[in-house]
Design a protein around this ligand. Structure first.
Ligand code: PLP
Length: 453
């Protein structure tokens, strides 16, 4: 690096407005400057090695330093660095990638709409489902039901669809026509209830909301198969089949936001069907390129495509970078790696179960009241007294204390309140998982010592 760490930090604090960052808390200490990555590790400008337990932001599925992806981008940049798909034009990587993603999503799907992010893709979904119902002559059917604590992006529509109270409190009025129901968080909402019975009850909140709004006004329900940024909330296995039954009963569209869950993270290319749902639309981003270049989109089911493409004329919607040839070429190379290395099966059959076992053993730690994983995502609940399920006073910000100990000890874990979450790269081997767990234990011990002193 040609500048010192302090010099980069000075530029950063003077000019770079970071996403989701309290700049006051950064002042004085300066942002950590990340300079390079290889495999499951990144390094900072002081050459500290950090195990990336979050795959960047849930996206670097194939790990860092994949030369194949660099070459795919460079090759495509030389041939055609950019062209749009607005002028009845297309490009080879976009057409090939659309076909490939439809193939991975299954026979109920026929098309892909491309964007550059998960947020844009969910905005696309909102416009698409409303356009679908309007094309069918039911424009009043425009309400979308989502869930509390969901994260669907940071655009005006993404923030409104999401259920993060902190986001709703900022940025002015929310987009109308979006309603929220409670998330299926068994541990917090009904720990003493049978988990499967709770799944049915939690799905029933959707039916109650549909009836309150009026079924003739509801366009769609949107949900992440496993809620990610909300704290890795894994629903009971009864939840999604019951959600599907309710959607079918009222004929409403189901949107599964697989921005985190897709491309192998839960042990399937797309996870909704594995969990008992049959979405009409799937949001994707992140893992499609392993984060090497921005790309997102919506996999469009035949039910929707037959109407909006088959009967609807023009859908007045699109982005300059929809079907960007370089991003699509990188995605194709990324999918080649995932396929060739068998990462999806490996997560489902080998590393996912191993992580689950190792993670569960963390429950013995005095701070850990709950530990759950699904594929390559997981969450730990930290509590003051786990026997009586007494949480910490939120003003103590124990999650943040733990996150800082992670950083100091060469590990990235994210804090969501007092839930510590992980989403390591899918290329993790069992010995990488051992190393991850070893570092988690060190950080939990340091946190315990800190709060006891
Ligand atoms: N949907 C989900 C489930 C996400 O986790 C995210 C980002 O974390 C988004 C949408 C937004 O994606 P992006 O940040 O690419 O706009």
């Amino acid at each position: 690096m040609s500048l010192t760490t302090r010099e980069v930090q000075a530029l950063d604090s003077a000019h770079y407005m970071h996403p989701f960052t309290d700049h006051q808390s950064l002042a004085g200490k300066g942002a950590r400057v990340i300079t390079r990555g290889k495999g499951v590790y990144v390094w900072d400008s002081e050459d500290n090695e950090i195990f990336d337990g979050m795959s960047g932001l849930w996206c670097v599925n194939v790990g860092y330093g994949r030369q194949e992806l660099v070459e795919a981008a460079a090759r495509q940049m030389e041939v055609l660095p950019y062209y749009n798909s607005f002028f009845q034009t297309t490009n080879l990587p976009a057409a090939q990638l659309a076909e490939r993603i439809v193939g991975l999503a299954g026979a109920r799907f026929s098309h892909v709409f491309f964007s550059s992010s998960g947020s844009e893709s969910n905005d696309t979904n909102v416009r698409l489902v409303r356009h679908y119902w309007a094309t069918l002559g039911q424009p009043e059917r425009n309400v979308i039901i989502s869930r509390k604590n969901a994260y669907h992006g940071s655009t005006v529509c993404g923030a409104a669809l999401g259920g993060m109270s902190g986001m709703h409190a900022q940025g002015g009025p929310m987009v109308p026509g979006i309603e929220h129901i409670q998330q299926p968080y068994h541990f917090e909402l009904a720990p003493d209830m049978d988990r499967d019975a709770f799944g049915i009850e939690a799905a029933g909140w959707l039916e109650q909301k549909i009836l309150a709004v009026g079924p003739e006004k509801v366009a769609a329900f949107i949900g992440e198969p496993v809620q990610g940024a909300g704290g890795v909330i894994i629903p009971p296995k009864t939840y999604w089949p019951e959600i599907q039954r309710i959607c079918d009963k009222y004929g409403i569209l189901l949107i599964c936001d697989e921005v985190i869950c897709g491309f192998g993270r839960l042990g399937a290319w797309f996870s909704a069907e594995m969990m008992g749902a049959k979405p009409d639309l799937i949001t994707f981003a992140k893992g499609v390129t392993s984060g090497y270049i921005p790309l997102g989109g919506v996999v469009v089911g035949k039910r929707v495509a037959d109407v909006v493409i088959g009967q609807g004329g023009e859908f007045n919607h699109g982005y300059t970078y929809s079907g960007h040839p370089v991003a699509c070429a990188v995605a194709l190379a990324n999918l080649d790696i995932i396929e060739r290395e068998g990462l999806v099966d490996r997560v489902r059959e080998e590393t996912g179960p191993y992580l689950a076992e190792q993670f569960a053993a963390l429950s013995e730690h005095p701070l850990v009241a709950g530990a759950e994983t699904f594929g390559m995502v997981g969450g730990l609940v930290l509590m003051k007294d786990k026997a009586s399920r007494t949480p910490f006073d939120s003003s103590l910000e124990v999650g943040m204390i733990c996150r800082d100990h992670c950083f100091a000890n060469g590990l990235v874990m994210r804090a969501v309140g007092d839930r510590m979450i992980i989403a390591p790269p899918l290329v993790c081997t069992k010995s990488d998982i051992d190393e991850l767990i070893k570092r988690v234990r060190i950080c939990l011990d340091a946190t315990l010592k800190d709060i006891q002193s």
